[in-house]
Every structure is written in structure tokens, then in C-alpha cells.
Design a protein around this ligand. Structure first.
Ligand code: WQD
Length: 338
């Protein structure tokens, strides 16, 4: 069973490719290498012993997408990661984000409409909820106006798929709303490879731990939380990857209850920035140099998942802890700096 993974050389995509191969799927990766490298292919192959098919292709080039689906007419499902994902950058370059994140989705859906039957898993984000009024966050929580063009492309992407599925019963879709993916594969052969200064907390912590960064800036400690810092649901990327396999199998096996479903994928546990720092110091055995600075615009106070639907309907549950994820991130950082 051949599965297309777009953005399959990226952080989450590469971990999903490993889990798909572990489950016996044949994988073809499309990646334009704008935010990844072909070395990741070696890492995947070193873990699974099977080199996935790879085509360097920019999904914004519609004729290339059409040709690709003609060539790979036996694709059973698509897991669509390929997108730009830097929140701050999206504010500065909105048209790049709308073109790259939405045109590519539209071209893929147009190809799936031509097939007798197809399955797509869409990489969405808890960012669609903004600051939820009720915690933990369920899938029925209201969608809030996006705080960034990036977040808006996730909301619009879900709408595009939902509207397409209404008229195309031959397409079965699941949107997975990720909370905060962190960590790396235990083999230390694949992991997060942020380019430039990391925007996200965990890579900034591990780079500070390695001495690549002088000091971590904690964006505010006077939020209405126990220790004043923001709360997030940090999920190990391997647990997140396994949720994609569960979602794909749900569609392939016809267990879905409609041809468009949504699941929150998190651990169900919230951790504050200070709690993350303390956990990192424990697993790494070293103090982390940090200081409290002003709040970051756009940050929500707290977000963590209600995982009832994912656990009971999707049949998936996270298994790894925050410390497991931080230790794996730390080992990965040490590995790539050797
Ligand atoms: C986590 C917490 C920061 C960096 C983002 C995107 C979201 C998704 C995941 C793609 C916050 C604090 C961070 C730092 C800090 N990406 N922080 N110092 O913002 O929850 O989510 O990444 O889908 O769409 O919005 O993750 O890791 O940036 O921040 O204090 O140097 O860490 O204030 O409270 P975030 P993050």
C-alpha cells in the first residue's frame, strides 16, 4: 500500500515515514527541501532499513503535481505536511504563506478528486483554537480568528478539505490538530533541525544547553498561571507520528464515521515553561541559563488537549512523557553537534 507523505523530510514528516514503514506501508516522499535536507532520507533508512521513494518537487507547480499523480496512480493515501510553518515569518510574508500552504493543498485535492477512492490526513494545529475559553480543549471548542496568516492557513485548509469532502464522497479525510510536537526518535538518527535562531521553546533550550545560545529568554512570567509562565501540551513527536498511522488505518479500514473528521492530538497534560526548564535540567543534569523578558505577542496563556476523542474513537493515546521527550531532544542536540 503506497502512501504519499508531502514534506516527508521535515521534522514531523520524517518521524511519520518511519512509523509508516514500520507498519509495512510503501512510502513516497515529496519535499522541496526548502526547510529540510536529503540527509534526513539516510536517517530514515538507517532506522527502518528501507529507503523510501523520494521526489524533489515543489507542490506549487501544478503541472508537476498532475504528472506526479499520473506516475504514482497507485497511491492509497496522502499525509500532507508540506507547508511553511513559522508563525512570525507568516506575519511578514502573508502571500508566501497563503500560496504555499493553500495552493498546494488545492492541487493535491484536485488530483484526489480524480481517483476512485482516496484518503488524506491533514496536518492541522491547535493554533486554530486561539485562547480557548475552556480547558482542556475539545474538538468542539470554537475556532477563534487566527492570530497569524500561518494559523489562518490551517483554519482555511480545514475548511477547504471539509467543503471538498461534502461534494466528493470518494475522498476520506482526517484533520489532526497537533499541540506542541517536541523530541526526536530514540535512534538519534532523525530529529528537529531548526534553521537559524529557533522560534520554538525546546530547540532553543537544547541549543542553550549545548552553549550554542547564551541564554534562554522566557517570554513573560506574569500570566494568570501557577508560576506565571504559559502552559502548553508538549507531545513526543513519535507519539504524534503514531497518531498519523492510526488515522490512516482508520480511513483505509473504513472505520471513519464520516468522510471528514477532526482529532486533537496531545498528551492531555499542560506544562508551564518553568516546568519544562526544570524537567530539562533534571534529564540533562545541568542548569539552564535563562532570564524572564517581556511577553511575546500572540502567545496564548494556556492550551492543552482533551484527548477523549483521540483515545476512544481513534484508538490512540500518547505513551511518552515530557521527560522522555526532553531527554530525546537533548540526545539529538548532542548528536548533531558532534
Ligand atoms: C511555547 C512556549 C512561549 C520560545 C508554536 C506555533 C504552533 C505550532 C507549535 C506549528 C510559549 C515560550 C518559546 C522561547 C519562550 N507550530 N517560549 N522562549 O508558540 O505554543 O506554538 O509552535 O504548527 O502553531 O504557534 O510554541 O515553542 O514557540 O512556545 O519563553 O525562546 O514557550 O512563550 O509560552 P507555541 P513555542
Amino acid at each position: 500500500m503506497k502512501i504519499l507523505v508531502t514534506g516527508g523530510l521535515g521534522f514531523i514528516g520524517s518521524h511519520v515515514v518511519v512509523e509508516l514503514q514500520n507498519e509495512g506501508f510503501e512510502v513516497v516522499i515529496i519535499d522541496n527541501l526548502s526547510n529540510s535536507s536529503e540527509d534526513v532520507l539516510k536517517g530514515i533508512t538507517a532506522i527502518t532499513g528501507k529507503q523510501p521513494l523520494f521526489e524533489k518537487l515543489d507542490l506549487r507547480d501544478k503541472p508537476l503535481v498532475v504528472d506526479f499523480f499520473k506516475k504514482h496512480h497507485d497511491i492509497l493515501g496522502v499525509i500532507h505536511f508540506a507547508a511553511s510553518k513559522a508563525v512570525g515569518e507568516s506575519v511578514d510574508l502573508p502571500l508566501l504563506y497563503y500560496e504555499n500552504n493553500l495552493n498546494t493543498l488545492i492541487y493535491i485535492l484536485q488530483e484526489l478528486q480524480k481517483k476512485e477512492a482516496s484518503n488524506i490526513i491533514f496536518s492541522s494545529s491547535c493554533t486554530v483554537y486561539g485562547q480557548a475559553d475552556v480547558l482542556p480543549i475539545t474538538e468542539s471548542a470554537p475556532i477563534k480568528p487566527a492570530e497569524s496568516p500561518y494559523g489562518n492557513t490551517k483554519q482555511i485548509g480545514e475548511e477547504i478539505i471539509k467543503d471538498t469532502c461534502k461534494v466528493s464522497s470518494n475522498i476520506n479525510a482526517i484533520a489532526l490538530r497537533y499541540f506542541n510536537p517536541i523530541g526526536a526518535h530514540e535512534s538519534v538518527k532523525i530529529g528537529e533541525l531548526p534553521i537559524g535562531t529557533p522560534q520554538n521553546l525546546i530547540p532553543f533550550i537544547t541549543q542553550t544547553g549545548m552553549g550554542l545560545r547564551e541564554q534562554l529568554s522566557v517570554f513573560g512570567d506574569d500570566y494568570p498561571t501557577e508560576d506565571g509562565t504559559c502552559i502548553r501540551d508538549y507531545i513526543h513527536v513519535v507519539d504524534l507520528a503514531k497518531a498519523h498511522v492510526a488515522a490512516l488505518k482508520r480511513l483505509i479500514n473504513g472505520d471513519n464515521s464520516g468522510n471528514y473528521e477532526v482529532f486533537n492530538i496531545g498528551t492531555g497534560k499542560g506544562s508551564s515553561v518553568i516546568e519544562v526548564i526544570n524537567a530539562f535540567e533534571e534529564v540533562s543534569g545541568q542548569k539552564l541559563n535563562y532570564k524572564i523578558v517581556d511577553k511575546r505577542a500572540g502567545d496564548v496563556i494556556a492550551a492543552f488537549a482533551d484527548t477523549t476523542k483521540a483515545n476512544n474513537v481513534l484508538g490512540w493515546k500518547s505513551e511518552l512523557s515530557l521527560k522522555d521527550a526532553l531527554l530525546s531532544a537533548w540526545k539529538w542536540e548532542q548528536e548533531i553537534r558532534k
